[in-house]
Design a protein. Structure first.
Length: 109
């Protein structure tokens, strides 16, 4: 009995190739997101205390539809994480800031 599940593209799993040079990932503690009418650009960087600038480690450019899918996937995974490990607490959660280490303008680490 064939119910056409194998012919439905939504039921097929995509195979991902993870190359060794990508497998370790890149640490990022800072992100900048910008957009145009056709794409979102996500720059992932590492910023260290006392350093005058952040080094961009990776840039990802996605279509608006993919940005929404990414948002939903992150929301779902954060909900799963918090269910398993507890609420994620943000230090100084009173407001947003682009300077994760305060406003000491490159003070000592």
């Amino acid at each position: 009995m064939d119910n056409n599940q194998n012919n439905n593209p939504m039921n097929k799993q995509m195979q991902l190739e993870l190359k060794p040079e990508v497998a370790n990932g890149v640490y990022s503690n800072f992100a900048v997101i910008s957009h145009s009418s056709t794409e979102f650009t996500l720059d992932f960087a590492t910023i260290l205390p006392g350093m005058p600038k952040a080094n961009v480690n990776s840039r990802v450019i996605v279509a608006p539809e993919s940005a929404v899918r990414l948002l939903h996937a992150l929301q779902e995974n954060i909900m799963r994480y918090e269910k398993q490990f507890g609420k994620i607490q943000l230090p100084g959660a009173g407001g947003r800031t682009i300077a994760p280490f305060g406003n000491n303008n490159g003070g000592e680490a």
